[in-house]
Design a protein around this ligand. Sequence first.
Ligand code: NAD
Length: 355
Amino acid sequence: MVTYDIAVIRGDGVGSEVIEEGLKVLRAVSSEYDVVLDTTEFPWGSDYYFENGHMMPADGLDRLAAFDTIFFGAVGHPDIQDHVTLSGLLLPIRRTFDQYVCERPSVLFPGITSPLSGKKPWDIDMVVIRENAEGEYANIGGFQYMGLPEELGVQSAVFTRRGCERIMTYAFDLARKRNKKKHVTSITKSNALGYGMLVWDRAFEAVAGRYPDVQTQSLLIDAACMDFIRRPESFDVVVASNLFGDILSDIGAIITGSMGLAPSANIDADRRYPAMFEPVHGTAPDIMGKGIANPMAAILSSAMMLRYLDQEGAADVVEKAVLEVIDDGKTVTPDLGGSSSTSQVGDAVVSALSG
Ligand SMILES: NC(=O)c1ccc[n+]([C@@H]2O[C@H](COP(=O)([O-])OP(=O)(O)OC[C@H]3O[C@@H](n4cnc5c(N)ncnc54)[C@H](O)[C@@H]3O)[C@@H](O)[C@H]2O)c1
């Protein structure tokens, strides 16, 4: 019997609703396997901010450090500026625990109709590996003349050779592990961003040289956005900076059916700190409280967490159950054309676990 300590941060809006279903599935699957998932809830997020003036307590990160993983919903509230919620909770977790890998798979599952015409199940099967610790989201910058007509803001993007090489190494290793097209695409913009992105390009060339069995291409971000729509089937593993990976993975989510299907993992691949698993989507204020958010992204994120914890069998079972429910099509939420509620979908996945 093995025990894992999991911190649960539901956050705001639909984040809370979908995490409930993820936990339901985790509880059910762990009872079938020789594993104890010991969960501890932290009520941090926008409600906590309204009461306390910050998104989490001062020792929040120290408390999280003791856990194996973090299962996270989403943060964001219409009455709080987004940079406050993100910079007060999610981004410090990613940075402090050096979760430099953000892994975001996009797969067109059987039973899902892509908004792109003529795409069959599995035609789209790629993973965006987003650099998660530096790049355009490095917390470096400042204001001058704030609030005045002549105000200015400086936002610095940071590209270190070490940061680029370690994320690219992860991407190449993954291409080998997936053993599909064995292809890695690097997303760049070095035609216009002639400093940081040149470090990115040189790092890609150096890392690619160590993987002669993996094919490569380098695409400008603008061309990559076109090709994600025009020929998404050409991609296998895509490695991108923090900003470009963020944008591309939303395109990947929507061409494979819904934001409600896209999971993600934030990982320190050197395993010094806890990893965090969360749906790609945000708090969806337009549907929050209606009980219709699709919980599959959260459930698939929980499967990624099980795989990270070396519980391959349990992860496979959860993914298989999700695929079965989606393909069956009777119990899906409105974003996939159904009329089921969030909890009905969670229940359907639990029923499908036992085959
Ligand atoms: N990781 C995070 O915590 C995270 C990520 C993105 C956005 N946000 C925050 O969330 C808030 C809303 O952002 P947004 O509207 O740009 O993005 P969003 O992902 O919340 O919503 C975008 C669209 O996708 C739909 N959608 C999202 N999740 C869904 C689900 N599970 N099922 C069905 N449909 C779903 C929404 O209804 C909406 O139409 C903002 O405050 C933003 O900062 C947080």
